[in-house]
Design a binder for this molecule. Structure first.
Ligand SMILES: Nc1nc2c(c(=O)[nH]1)N[C@H]1C(S)=C(S)[C@@H](COP(=O)(O)OP(=O)(O)OC[C@H]3O[C@@H](n4cnc5c(=O)[nH]c(N)nc54)[C@H](O)[C@@H]3O)O[C@H]1N2
Ligand SMILES: Nc1nc2c(c(=O)[nH]1)N[C@H]1C(S)=C(S)[C@@H](COP(=O)(O)OP(=O)(O)OC[C@H]3O[C@@H](n4cnc5c(=O)[nH]c(N)nc54)[C@H](O)[C@@H]3O)O[C@H]1N2
Ligand code: SF4
Ligand SMILES: [Mo]
Length: 737
């Protein structure tokens, strides 16, 4: 059989690179960056190539597993769904809908079938107990976006191709390839920016790979971001550097911000953030003086007690210096499909609300329909009405990815029923009663539902399946729809496609009214996520409106464009993109002003002598790609970086084995001396700890690494519910002590 090359958008990280996958006789013979991709232009990282290993991994599940006599055993699809119905239906009938919890993980954001169908499952279950990786990650950014701009994904991103001064805080895009900022080949773009005379400054407790590629790096004490940022905003007012420009009439709350940052003079916050006052003032002046500049923050700035306040102050800085919604500053992408900020009336909307319900045990407010992941364990453990008795995980491995993972693993033992949708039998799914395997990413078509809303340039790209799925292996949207049918009392035998038709018709009727039959007729021939995508593209801001706008986008047009369709560079979108009730940019949401006031009490908090932070590695992806040979080879990656002075104080040589001990637990680690970490900070990557003998990850188990999250005491930002991942006090002890 001759070799054929097909285009596939990489589903592994937010960069969403276009890949060219060559196959011969059903085998993958090559993966490269797709040069004709209008958005990623041939870029790929080593993980993209590892899709071959993923496809071929003998440990990857190919059939459902059902627990019988205490052991998970291969079963047919019909047997698996019959078992789900047998266990779930009486449980819901007896204990109510909140008895079933959902845990949704990161890869769901990268699968059109999961992202579009998990909400259907959540609605059909009718449970308040929805937990996702968002509260281990970016919820503070989204809440700040929502409060300021009116929708959760109205997320301004740096316009890096025109920017001349970029401040990167708590992010390492040279390794992560960008987050809440879809920017394939960040390194190349950063290099080009510096070659044109641009300047990049990085603020991070570790001199990261991004810092190495920048002009300047400043260490910051973990958890200090809100103080640095408040100090910078203070400087703008103090030194008369405000330059609100075109947006002045659109900015609400400037005076309230001025008052709120009054107590945070750089001289007052310097010790708390570990950055000298003159440096804080200089950053503010440089930002204000640069004609085209941007501040960008991400995971490190979100995963703190004041993560939402810090994420808000980043955009306050951009707005008050005239860099919000300006070329070369930060701008709002305009996605072709699924964006809230292109739907409804331009320029105003309902805004966002939180706390429509609260978690049963701790009373944490719902945010974006979710409860904090770190509270899942107590909802399972605590008896009483509404107790979680069943759990459905979708591409989620919280035993390794959530603080308090080991406690969660114990809590799973207490569940009446657990269903896992996953590719592997891992630290989480090995507790399940039924496991449903997803297809290999090369076996289904794809469009990124979320990431065009976060992209450095506007585009619409679709990729077909590269290889046909194994016979009888249903795509995940159909797996989810069969669980939807069970949750709705229609039974395990209901036809998932017929139910999908019914749900779609009900949705179309809401906006199309009596034109519903015509709209459905126009979508005929498609099903599942592709049909939802066609609908979203055609009714989106570039859409053909089912013929009303000839030449506009449809799935047909996007799928026939090799390498995707370029929709142009980012351009100013305010006020049109706003969905706040006031129609303004809310610079001073009351909840954030109040939280900043709370931060005052923390200003003099003493520094623990040694604290823990995380780290990402190019050849690793959260908790799940450690079983792939091309990525697993080479040096051990789960090492603890320790400053030589701290290592000497603990008597630990480079390469020594040591115990990292926190209030939550202890883990054995390999010590790596590094002056790239700040004194008093230890850096350990997350997602490791593959030592559960009941998981089936044979390669990963050979070098299991330590579970960082076993060392973290679950703590959260009360506004967003997001976990605090940085700053846990630890001590180091020689392993033989
Ligand atoms: N301490 C610390 N903890 C962290 C972080 C940190 O920086 N520090 N980072 C946090 C962040 S940002 C995130 S996003 C979370 C991630 O944590 P999770 O949301 O738990 O996601 P992953 O660790 O990526 O695990 C993904 C799971 O999905 C499965 N999977 C992969 N592809 C598919 C698929 O196509 N279909 C199905 N059904 N399953 C699939 C994998 O086998 C794996 O079990 O971790 C968080 N945890
Ligand atoms: N190779 C690889 N790429 C990935 C992933 C992966 O696991 N591996 N995961 C993907 C996912 S799910 C996500 S969400 C993104 C995340 O992408 P990024 O947001 O770029 O996340 P990190 O690389 O973890 O960078 C966070 C930085 O914050 C720093 N930091 C820690 N504590 C603090 C603090 O208190 N203040 C400040 N200012 N900085 C702090 C850390 O040292 C680290 O350099 O990456 C994605 N891309
Ligand atoms: S940077 Fe690597 S993992 Fe991320 S999308 Fe591109 S090829 Fe895939
Ligand atoms: Mo993430």
């Amino acid at each position: 059989m001759p070799a054929t090359t097909r285009y596939r958008i990489c589903p592994l990280c937010e960069a969403c690179c276009g890949l060219a996958v060559s196959t011969e006789g059903g085998r993958i013979v090559g993966i490269r960056g797709a040069e004709d991709d209008v958005f990623s232009r041939g870029y790929l990282c080593p993980k993209g190539y590892a899709l071959k290993d993923l496809h071929e991994d003998p440990d990857r599940l190919r059939t459902p597993l059902v627990r019988r006599d205490g052991r998970l055993q291969p079963a047919s699809w019909d047997e698996a769904f019959a078992e789900i119905e047998r266990r779930l239906t009486p449980l819901i009938a007896q204990h109510g809908r909140d008895a079933v919890a959902l845990s949704v993980g990161n890869p769901s954001a990268h699968k059109m079938g999961l992202l579009l169908y998990v909400p259907r499952l959540a609605r059909s279950l009718g449970t308040r107990n929805v937990f996702t990786a968002s509260t281990l990650d970016q919820m503070p950014r989204q809440l700040a976006n929502g409060l300021m701009f009116g929708s959760w994904l109205s997320n301004p991103v740096p316009d890096i191709v025109r920017c001349d001064w970029l401040l990167v805080i708590g992010a390492n895009p040279a390794v992560s390839n960008g987050s809440m900022w879809t920017v394939p080949d960040f390194r190349g773009k950063a290099k080009a920016m510096r070659a044109r005379g641009g300047r990049i400054v990085v603020v991070d407790p570790r001199r990261t790979e991004t810092a190495e590629a920048a002009d300047e790096h400043l260490f910051i004490r973990p958890g200090g971001d809100v103080f640095l940022l408040a100090g910078m905003v203070h400087t703008l007012f103090d030194e008369g550097l405000l330059r609100t420009g075109r947006l002045a009439p659109l900015l609400a709350g400037v005076d309230a911000v001025r008052e709120a940052v009054m107590p945070f003079a750089p001289e007052r916050v310097a010790a708390r953030c570990g950055i000298a006052a003159p440096a804080i003032r200089r950053l503010a002046r440089e930002l204000a003086a640069a004609p085209r500049a941007a501040v960008y923050s991400r995971l490190g700035t979100c995963t703190q007690r004041f993560g939402t306040a810090a994420s808000w102050l980043v955009e306050v800085l951009n707005a008050l210096t005239g860099h919000l919604d300006e070329p070369g500053g930060v701008m709002f992408p305009k996605a072709a499909a699924f964006a809230d900020n292109t739907a409804g009336q331009p320029g105003t909307g309902r805004g966002v609300t939180t706390g429509r319900h609260r978690s049963r045990v701790s009373g944490a407010p719902e945010v974006w329909g979710e409860l904090p992941m770190t509270l899942l364990a107590e909802e399972i453990e605590t008896p009483g009405p509404g107790q979680v008795r069943a759990l459905i995980t979708v591409a989620s491995n919280p035993v390794l990815s959530s603080p308090g993972g080991p406690r969660l693993a114990r809590a799973f033992g207490q569940l009446d029923f657990m269903l896992g949708l996953d590719l592997y039998l891992n630290e989480t799914t090995r507790h399940a009663d039924v496991v449903l395997p997803g297809q290999s990413p090369l076996e289904h078509s794809h469009y990124d539902v979320a990431f065009p809303q976060l992209s450095w340039r506007n585009h619409a790209r679709f990729s077909e399946a590269v290889l046909p799925p194994a016979p009888e292996h249903p795509p995940e949207w159909q797996q989810l729809m069969r669980v939807v049918a069970i949750a709705r009392g229609l039974g395990a035998q209901a036809d998932p496609r017929a139910l999908d038709d019914d749900l779609l018709e009900a949705e179309v009727r809401k906006f199309a009214g009596e034109r519903t039959p015509q709209v459905l007729a126009a979508l005929a021939g498609l099903q599942g996520p592709e049909r939802l995508l066609d609908l979203a593209l055609r009714t989106g801001p570039y859409g053909d409106l089912f013929g009303l706008r000839p030449g506009g986008l449809s799935l047909q047009r996007v799928r026939s464009a090799a390498g995707g369709i370029d929709l142009g560079e980012l351009s100013p979108r305010l006020p049109e993109a706003l969905r706040t009730p006031s129609g303004k940019v809310e610079l001073a949401p009351p909840a954030l002003l109040a939280d900043l006031h709370e931060a005052l009490a923390d200003l003099d908090a003493p520094a623990a002598p040694l604290v823990l932070i995380g780290r990402r590695e190019v050849r690793s992806n959260n908790s799940w790609m450690h079983n792939l040979p091309t990525l697993a080879k080479g040096p051990q990656r789960c090492t603890a970086l320790v400053h030589p002075d701290d290592a000497a104080a603990a008597g630990l040589a480079d390469g020594a084995h040591a115990w990292l001990v926190s209030a939550a637990g202890r883990a054995e680690v390999v010590v790596e001396h590094s002056d790239a970490v700040m004194r008093g900070v230890v850096s350990l990557p997350h997602g490791w700890g593959h030592d559960d003998p009941q998981a089936r990850l044979s390669l990963a188990a050979q070098r299991p690494g330590a579970n960082l999250n076993a060392l973290l005491t679950p703590a959260r930002d009360p506004l967003s519910g997001n976990a605090v991942l940085a700053g846990e006090p630890v001590r180091l002890e020689a392993a033989d002590a």
